[in-house]
Write a protein that binds this ligand. Structure first.
Ligand code: SF4
Ligand code: SF4
Ligand code: SF4
Length: 217
């Protein structure tokens, strides 16, 4: 069985509560930061931010339009990062049988720098980040310690708008398809991002690329 997130971006207010809750649960210190002229801060995922609320802003048809994306590892059904790691060291990345969580292990952290780079470049969602100080690979761990104890992932627990949902895959797929059908009535380009391939399913109002805007570091 896989546990799945359904992230309804139409309900996300970019409050960043999930981003901070993730840091608190993992006991990560704050990032040194500065104002870059955007709400997206820090500018990208990093070893202290397994979750990043992306914030893209455009002028469309004379109106300002915002796109918010609380980004994290997708816990892929057939994870390319795992395939890459396994080609070097069998079992270096595991997919937890009970939850479907894709977990970096001690073996992951013993891969050579070139092998770690291979893991990074094989992720289709550009998620893993190298902690250059510790020499380790980092990403969202599904709050596996909480989930194994029947608690919600911290980001889901914190979100009060209904944007973040978590549960059995079949139930989350049902909810996602129901919300997509509703949204399609007013947003014809609405879509679920790769629902067959991942266990973090995003409902988007438009093409995924619209949610990514370069932020100057
Ligand atoms: Fe969006 Fe919920 Fe995260 Fe706030 S806590 S940024 S509403 S997903
Ligand atoms: Fe691996 Fe990337 Fe999929 Fe996460 S999103 S499971 S890091 S391939
Ligand atoms: Fe962070 Fe846990 Fe949410 Fe992953 S599931 S983004 S580790 S709070």
């Amino acid at each position: 069985m896989s546990m799945t997130f359904f992230i309804d971006t139409t309900r996300c207010t970019a409050c960043r509560g999930c981003q901070i809750a993730c840091k608190e649960w993992h006991d990560f210190k704050s990032n040194e930061t500065r104002q870059r002229g955007t709400h997206q801060n820090p500018p990208d995922l990093n070893p202290l931010n397994y979750k990043l609320v992306r914030f893209a802003e455009y002028k469309e048809n004379g109106r300002v339009v915002w796109y918010f994306l609380p980004e994290q590892c997708r816990h892929c059904e057939a994870p390319p990062c795992k395939e890459a790691a396994d080609s070097h060291v069998e079992g270096a990345i595991i997919r937890d049988d009970a939850t479907g969580a894709v977990i970096f292990t001690e073996k992951t952290q013993k891969l050579t720098p070139a092998q770690m780079k291979d893991v990074i470049t094989n992720c289709p969602y550009n998620i893993p980040r190298l902690d250059k100080v510790k020499g380790i690979l980092t990403k969202c761990d599904m709050c596996i310690d909480r989930v194994r104890n029947n608690m919600l992932p911290m980001c889901v627990k914190t979100c009060c708008t209904g944007a973040m949902n978590f549960g059995e895959r079949s139930k989350m797929l049902e909810l996602a398809n129901q919300r997509l059908a509703e949204l399609k009535k007013k947003c014809p380009n609405a879509q679920l991002q790769d629902p067959e391939d991942v266990n973090v399913i995003y409902l988007l109002t438009d093409a995924p690329k619209k949610y990514y805007q370069t932020v100057n570091g």
